[in-house]
Write a protein that binds this ligand. Structure first.
Ligand code: MN
Length: 284
């Protein structure tokens, strides 16, 4: 299934060009009281809700894609984990571009480990990206994103994909500069997740997916997840060795070569094979 969140409080199932409102299933979620347990309560119940969602999708109101405002399919992650320099050709371009490397020798992910983006940076495709600093170079980075389905710690590579609820397209928006990644990549709207979550049963193998980003018909990034240095199972193993993963946690797997700056008015067209595409507006 392709599951989206729209208009703040609605859940939809994507059916062709339509979105079917299945928000009635949210009534089956357990009531929560403070302190709220960590994790996204919708994602943590997604497997048990699946039969109700399928049933609601037969009778729910059908809406055109243009009628809804798509938001991040995950509302409440405990963290957004991201992989730095996880494609060799992105490492090469970073090594020759001084605005990216700031004079530093660029290594790959096995040197840097992982980094975290602020949860408050998370938006959906129809919310767009806001460039808070127009005097800075701010780049697009298209990435395969995965969403964790259940609490996990010390997951082995072998069982890693069992912990994935689904996949989405991620945009890891980034200021180029000397500041720490957690600052440069955490501004409001600097993590776009969408257009929906493709559940793992529909996309069982993330190891060879084309991904791309274009602006105004010009293709800037075009690659395939088979070129990841740390693939999806390895990223889950590596992340869960350090952090407890909770339902709804997001892992951005890293961007391929071709990164470049955006300007107000740009529409970023991002695609990942098996997921779909999204158009994300850049505002000044
Ligand atoms: Mn990135």
């Amino acid at each position: 299934m392709k599951i989206c969140r729209f208009d703040d409080t609605h859940i939809g199932v994507v059916d062709g060009d339509d979105i079917v409102d299945v928000s009635s299933v949210l009534e089956a979620l357990p009531a929560v009281r403070w302190p709220v347990p960590p994790g996204d309560i919708f994602i943590s119940n997604l497997t048990s809700l699946a039969p109700r969602i399928a049933e609601a999708a037969r009778t729910g109101a059908r809406l055109a894609r243009s009628q809804v405002r798509l938001q991040s399919p995950v509302a409440n992650p405990t963290k957004i984990i991201a992989a730095p320099v996880n494609y060799l050709l992105h490492q090469e371009e970073a090594m020759v571009d001084r605005e990216i490397n700031q004079g530093a020798d660029i290594k790959t992910i096995d040197t840097y480990g992982l980094f975290l983006k602020a949860n408050s940076s998370l938006v959906g495709p129809d919310e767009g990206v806001e460039l808070a600093f127009l005097d800075r170079r701010i780049d697009f980075e298209v990435e395969l994103a995965l969403v964790i389905g259940r609490k996990a710690r010390n997951v082995t590579r072998h069982g890693a994909l069992d912990h994935v609820a689904g996949y989405a397209i991620g945009l890891d928006m980034s200021i180029r500069g000397t500041e720490d990644r957690s600052y440069r990549k955490s501004l409001d709207s600097f993590c776009v997740l969408g257009p929906w979550l493709v559940t793992a049963d529909e996309l069982p193998d993330p190891s060879a997916l084309d991904l791309s980003l274009s602006i105004g018909g010009t293709v800037h990034q075009s690659s395939n997840t088979r070129l990841l240095i740390f693939d999806v199972p390895k990223l889950i193993e590596y992340a869960s060795a350090a952090f407890t993963l909770y339902a709804g946690d997001i892992i951005l797997t890293g961007t391929p070569e071709g990164v470049g700056p955006v300007r107000p008015g740009d529409i970023m067209h991002a695609t990942v094979q098996g997921i779909g595409s999204m158009d994300v507006e850049v505002r000044g």
